[in-house]
Design a binder for this molecule. Structure first.
Ligand code: DAK
Length: 254
């Protein structure tokens, strides 16, 4: 089951399947994709936090019992469903924050990797142990772990399946901070971001998503063009004027 709680402009999405360490079966993942799609389109929601229910797990992966019976076609569809959820987190026009409250393994680590920011509780354990099941990370782990931690670290972690604790995750850049309770840290950042210009955040996210791919020259050109275009927005005028007038800006999102 997926719970969505709205508090002002922040949506807290909780994956709740505690009897299986919040592992994702078809129903839960389909539900998650649907809720993320709604939140992506909902302009009243400015920031999305993703977490797991209970104290033990964020998400302990894709459901291994379900996967043990898949044929090739079903496995491809299962991979596509996870990719869709990851792409929503990665591309929705607002920041996404993973609050990693315990095990984030396999598909769980991959969902966290698709978020813009990751915070971990000190008890968190992260990794891509798929190799121990004779399979590979199938929801973005072979790509996004390298983008977040660098290719050398990513290769070691996906080849060995080694699980890292919160402190090592912080050291290798897999998480942005370690904090207990982790949801407090996620809410603190979400509140900060919710007060910023939504059009500036959306535009930065789009550009940052291009940072490690495509043509560098073209990406810089896109930044330059978009930077100029933003000067037509009320938020840019307001932000610049507020600084000059020594007051707090009030952003309207366009
Ligand atoms: N799937 C299904 N059930 C799981 C599960 C999982 N990933 N993780 C935990 N559970 C279930 C356990 O089976 C147990 O259920 P019962 O036996 O009580 O019915 C219950 O949760 C409690 O777990 P434990 O008794 O094992 O609890 P412990 O505290 O002893 O251990 C643990 C916690 C998280 C260390 C352990 O449960 C564990 O190692 N779980 C598996 C972690 C894992 O290997 N995760 C990666 C899964 S692979 C692809 C698409 C997707 C993927 C790959 C390819 N393509 C289509 C190409 C994704 C792959 C994965 O995510």
């Amino acid at each position: 089951m997926i719970r969505v709680e709205l508090e002002e402009a922040v949506a807290l999405v909780t994956i709740d399947r505690q009897e299986a360490m919040n592992a994702l079966d078809v129903g839960t993942l389909t539900d998650l994709r649907g809720r993320l799609s709604e939140l992506a389109a909902d302009e009243s929601v400015r920031v999305v936090i993703l977490t797991g229910a209970g104290e033990k797990a964020f998400v302990a992966g894709a459901d291994i019992k379900y996967m043990s019976n898949l044929d090739v076609e079903a496995a491809k569809a299962w991979g596509a469903l996870g990719h869709e959820a990851g792409r929503l987190l990665e591309t929705m026009p607002k920041p996404t924050i993973a609050a990693i409250n315990g095990f984030a393994l396999g598909g769980g680590c991959e969902l966290a990797l698709a978020c813009d920011i990751r915070y971990a509780a000190s008890t968190a354990k992260l990794g891509q142990p798929e190799v121990n099941l004779g399979i590979i990370p199938g929801w973005g782990g072979t790509q996004r772990l390298a983008r977040v931690c660098g290719l050398g670290i990513a290769r070691e972690l996906i080849f060995t399946g080694r699980i890292v604790g919160a402190d090592e995750a912080l050291r290798i850049g897999l998480v942005n901070a370690v904090h207990d309770p982790v949801l407090d840290k996620a809410h603190e950042t979400a509140t900060l971001l919710a007060a910023k210009s939504t059009v500036a955040l959306r535009t930065m996210k789009e550009l940052a998503n291009r940072a490690l791919g495509g043509d560098h020259e073209e990406n810089l050109a896109a930044e330059g063009k978009t930077f100029g275009e933003l000067f037509s927005t009320k938020d840019a005028k307001e932000g610049l004027a507020a600084f000059v007038e020594k007051r707090e800006p009030k952003f309207v999102g366009h």
